[in-house]
Design a protein around this ligand. Structure first.
Ligand code: UT7
Length: 348
């Protein structure tokens, strides 16, 4: 197994200055799925922990969700959208192959002075995008960066395939990454890794340059997510603990120094198993997979938003984020959560 690039964040201190999230209104319960698929509420809850998920409406796409989350993050950061210099959208369900979903997100969020690109790294995409943003701000390339994780996964999920249809949900989350204003928030370091030999375990086979769209690819339903659930499960339970351990070690901290663990919300059993491996007490692990299912690149910022709203994420808390997914990829980030931000309208 290839190892990861793991390092403390150097340069000027950087923090998350704003946070936002959004899920579509339509709720799909396990019973709704059991009415059309050979599955049951009991199976889904026992094997995944999921009780319900959200689904986009006809005509709604990933950028629609990301725009709402992005605007909320900008308001939360009290930053004029025109001061954002880069917008990164992490997604595995982009609006189109081209142009980037981030281009529309930037436009509709009012980020008129920003570059924009999409980042594809499976469900680790949000952590990867956060790392790119943090590195760019720490090194002085950019002042404020908007990072959006946005997914309309129901659009690329085969609703006739019970192995995947019960897992995925739609949603978006966003953060603004800025120079730390000294109120306590600081991103400490990252661990990013990849093992391309796991390509076939989780993939949308057709629609790219390897297998372009054709009547045959549509008939064979190859534009939908195909997953070897057991293979991904085995990989995930191992890699989450390893990646978390590496970033903690490189930043000079121990598991006991962490106040809140936010892992990619794929399956409650994966989260529980990683927590046991790391020796983390349940009260320090935040989950909302029960309400939203697996929202890929949106799952971690959705957790941060909900955890803060519930009083589980407070200024000064040390937080460990871990993502994993298609690639196979993984990524971890250690940070200290900041307090309310002073008004900021430009370069500091
Ligand atoms: O974001 C990262 C991407 N994804 C993941 O992290 C997913 C990782 N994998 C998983 O979460 C789990 O492997 C699943 C939840 C997908 C599946 O759980 P499992 O415990 O690995 O079940 P399984 O695939 O071994 O299937 C057990 C049984 C099979 O029946 P038989 O062969 O024992 O008769 C399946 O056909 O459950 C059956 N099954 C279902 N039954 C009812 C599979 N899906 C369903 C379903 N409802 N939805």
């Amino acid at each position: 197994m290839p190892s990861s690039g793991s390092a403390p964040l150097m340069g000027r201190p950087v923090s998350i200055s704003g946070l936002g999230a959004y899920v579509p209104e339509k709720v799909v319960t396990n019973d709704d799925l059991a009415a059309v698929l050979d599955t049951s509420d009991q199976w889904i809850k026992e094997r995944t922990g999921i009780a319900e998920r959200r689904m986009v409406d006809q005509g709604e796409c990933s950028s629609d969700l990301g725009i709402v989350a992005g605007r909320e993050a900008l308001v939360d950061a009290r930053i004029d959208p025109q001061c954002i210099e880069l917008v990164i959208t992490a997604t595995i369900s982009p609006d189109r192959i081209m142009p980037a979903t981030a281009s529309r997100v930037a436009l509709e969020c009012g980020c008129r002075n920003a570059g924009a690109y999409d980042l594809s790294a499976g469900c680790s995409g949000f952590i990867y995008a956060l790392a790119m943003a943090a590195g760019a701000v720490a090194g002085g390339l950019h002042e404020h960066v908007l990072v959006v994780g946005a997914e309309a996964l129901s659009r690329i999920t085969d609703q006739q395939d019970r192995a995947t249809a019960v897992l995925f949900g739609d949603g978006a989350g966003a953060v603004v990454v800025s120079p730390s204003d000294g109120v306590g928030g600081r991103i400490l370091g990252f661990d990013l890794g990849n093992d391309g030999s796991g390509e076939e375990l989780l993939t949308v086979p057709a629609g790219g340059s390897r297998l372009p769209a054709s009547c045959s690819t549509v008939e064979k339903r190859q534009h939908f997510i195909k997953m070897n659930g057991k293979g991904v499960f085995k990989f995930a339970t191992r890699v989450v603990a390893e990646s978390a351990g590496r970033v903690l070690e490189r930043c000079g901290f121990d598991v006991d120094d962490v106040d809140l663990f936010v892992l990619h919300q794929a399956n409650l059993r994966i989260i529980d198993s990683a927590a046991v491996k790391l020796g983390i007490p349940g009260r320090k692990v935040y989950t909302n997979v029960q309400r939203y299912g697996n929202t890929s690149c949106a799952s971690i910022p959705l957790c941060l938003r909900d955890a803060r709203a519930e009083g589980r994420l407070k200024p000064g808390d040390r937080v460990l984020l871990v993502g994993f997914g298609a690639g196979l990829t993984w990524g971890a980030c250690l940070m200290e959560w900041g307090g309310p931000r002073a008004v900021s309208n430009g370069r500091e």
